[in-house]
Design a protein around this ligand. Structure first.
Ligand SMILES: Nc1ncnc2c1ncn2[C@@H]1O[C@H](COP(=O)(O)OP(=O)(O)O)[C@@H](O)[C@H]1O
Ligand SMILES: [Mg+2]
Length: 259
């Protein structure tokens, strides 16, 4: 764990007069799990959108594995090995679980020059290889029993897990998770924690936006705290838990977990 995989520098994003992100800088090392926390409206999702190329930055740079990926487009960012999930469920409800995962795999087949150059994409994948990969992802995410079910028929927690499965199908080196535990019941949350721990143990690098502090504190090596678009603190879970400004702006608020 010594090499920086994601490096963000001076990242700024305005929406009209609103400064949603201001001069944000932090890095994530290979194999690390970093939490990005802060109250609602702090700019966490905007940070994800800018990092993954969904939104252009108003200023600043994003480097991934030494390459400048600032400004996307998202397909290029995914081709470099940086995938994300969304705050709400984002699957195709009328398609089966397997078909949704296939959409993630497709990002590696429909070859852009970047993907072919980096060796992350293929011109074709055989039907057998596709089927085997889908089976493997279903196994990792424990969704085998739902292979042919319509995504929209799954319980909410499994729909969110399918979002992770689709992202995994792009074979990322790093995954950005936007509130994966939001709306999950206690059992689903335990299940998600186990999945994230397995991904961590497999060496996947994670950036985790989440209000569920027990989960964040348990999983993360390091935490970055955003308030009103600015980083107010960064450090280990122990450091962040005791940080006066973080307690005042976020952790001390009685209803932060439901914000
Ligand atoms: N597309 C957009 N257009 C205008 N304002 C936006 C847009 N996206 C986010 N914002 C604003 O930027 C701020 C940060 O939002 P967001 O990144 O969603 O926060 P978080 O994910 O931390 O809750 C909020 O004030 C929000 O209203
Ligand atoms: Mg958000």
């Amino acid at each position: 764990m010594s090499q920086d995989l994601l490096v963000i520098h001076g990242l700024t994003r305005r929406f009209g007069g609103l400064m949603a992100l201001h001069d944000l800088g932090f890095s994530v090392q290979e194999g690390e799990i970093v939490g990005l926390i802060g109250p609602n409206g702090a700019g966490k999702t905007t940070a994800f959108n800018v990092i993954t190329g969904t939104l252009p930055p108003s200023g600043g740079k994003v480097h991934f594995d030494g390459r400048d990926i600032s400004g996307g487009p998202p397909s290029r960012v995914v081709a470099h090995g940086l995938a994300r999930t969304f705050q709400s469920t984002s699957t195709y409800p009328n398609e089966s679980v397997a078909e949704n995962i296939y959409r993630g795999l497709l990002s590696r087949i429909s070859g852009s020059a970047v993907g072919l150059l980096t060796g992350r994409r293929h011109r074709t994948l055989s039907p057998q290889a596709i089927s085997a990969e889908i089976d493997e992802i279903l196994r990792v995410t424990d969704l085998q029993a739902w292979r042919e079910a319509a995504a929209g028929s799954l319980p909410y927690g499994l729909q969110k897990k399918l979002g992770i499965a689709v992202a995994l199908a792009t074979q990322p080196r790093m995954l950005l998770l936007d509130e994966p535990a939001a709306g999950l019941n206690h059992e689903e949350c335990k299940d998600l924690t186990q999945l994230l721990r397995r991904l961590r143990d497999d060496g996947l690098t994670l950036l985790l936006v989440e209000h569920h502090m027990a989960l964040v504190m348990e999983l993360c090596h390091r935490i970055v705290v955003l308030v009103q678009g600015e980083k107010i603190a960064e450090g280990t879970p122990e450091y962040i838990r005791e940080h006066p400004a973080v307690i005042e702006a976020y952790l001390g608020a009685p209803d932060y977990a439901h914000a």
